[in-house]
Design a protein around this ligand. Sequence first.
Ligand code: PMV
Length: 364
Amino acid sequence: MTETDFLPDPYTNLPTEGKVTWKAPSNIALVKYWGKKTNQIPANPSVSFTLDACATTTTIFFTRKKDTSQFSFDLFLEGKSKEDFKPKIQVFFERIERYIPFLKSYHFKIETSNSFPHSSGIASSASGMAALALCLVDMEKVMNPEMGKDFFNRKASFLARLGSGSACRSIEGDLIQWGEHKPIADSSNLYGIKYPFKVNPVFKNFHDTILLVHKGQKQVSSSVGHNLMHNHPYAERRFGQAHENMENLKTIFSEGNLEGFIKVVESEALTLHAMMMTSMPYFILMKPDTLQIINKIWDYRKDTKIPICFTLDAGANVHVLYPESAKEKAIQFIQDELVAHCENGHYICDRIGNGARKLLENTQ
Ligand code: PMV
C-alpha cells in the first residue's frame, strides 16, 4: 500500500457529536529503529514485542463546529489540563490532516491517562499516539462503515507513525515488524505488520520487567537522537546490521533459540547506545545503575544458565526479558539483586501482549 491508499473518499455523514475510547499498549523493540528520513520514514527495519500492562487510555469527545479554518482541541492528562502537550498534538494533526480531512470540522476534548506513572521515564509517546490514532480511525469508521479490520489497523498504524515512529508498532500484538526489509514481502516503511514468520511458543509468553533506573526527563529527546544519525560515521553499517539481525531473528524465532535471541537483543540495545555515544554531539543516556544491572544480569546468566537478558530504550531504564519457564527464578533475582538499582525501588512487571482494544462504556 502507498500513502494515497490512506486518503479517504469524501464522507457522506459527519456525526454532530460523540465519544470514543481506545487503550493502546507500549512496545519494546528487539531490533531497534534509530535514524529516520523525512515524514517519519525509518532508516532501517525494526521488530518489537507489544507490551500489555504499560498502556495509554484515550477518550476523545468530538463536537461538530462551524469554523473549519483551524484545529480546535483541549487536552487533559490524568484529568489535568496539559498545555505543554498541545504543540505535539498540533503538529500531529497537521501531519495527518490529509488522511483525516474531518479534523478541522470538530472540536475535540482529548482525555488521556497512562497505566504507568507519568514521570517514570517510560516513553508514553508510542502508546499515546497509538491510542489517539485509533480513536480518530474509529471516528472515520462511523463515516465509512465499510472499512475492514485490516485496513482499520493499518491506517491506525500509519497515522500513529506520523505522531511517533515507534507508535506504529503499538496497534496490534504480539510481535510487530516495521520498515522495508526485502525478505518480508509485506513489510512497509509506512506502518507496522504482524511478524509474518513462524514463532516458537517460547517467545509467545515472554516477560518484560522494566527497572525504573531514572525517572526524570532524559537529556536528549529521541527526535534529536534520530536526527544525529544523519552524517553519523557508522550509520550505514548500523542500518545494514539491523537488516542482518532481522534475518538472524527469523531462524531464532522459528527454532525457539533463546541463546541466539539473547545475543541479538543485547547487541541491538548496546548498539543503539553506541550510536548515541558516537554521534556529534555525543551523549550518554545510561546511568551507573544501568551498567551495574547489565553486569549483574550477565553474571547471573553465566552462573545459573537461566536465559534472562536485557534490552534498553532511549533512556536509562532496563527492560529485563525472560521466558515463562524462568519466571519465578527471574523475579527472585530481580527482587534480590536488581531492585536496589531502581529509583525508589520502582519497577513494572509487564509481558508480551495482544495489542490495542476499544473500551466501551463502563469498562477498564
Ligand atoms: O518512536 P520514537 O521516535 O520515540 O523512537 C523510539 C526509538 C527507540 O525506542 C529507541 C527504538 C525503537 O525501535 O523503539
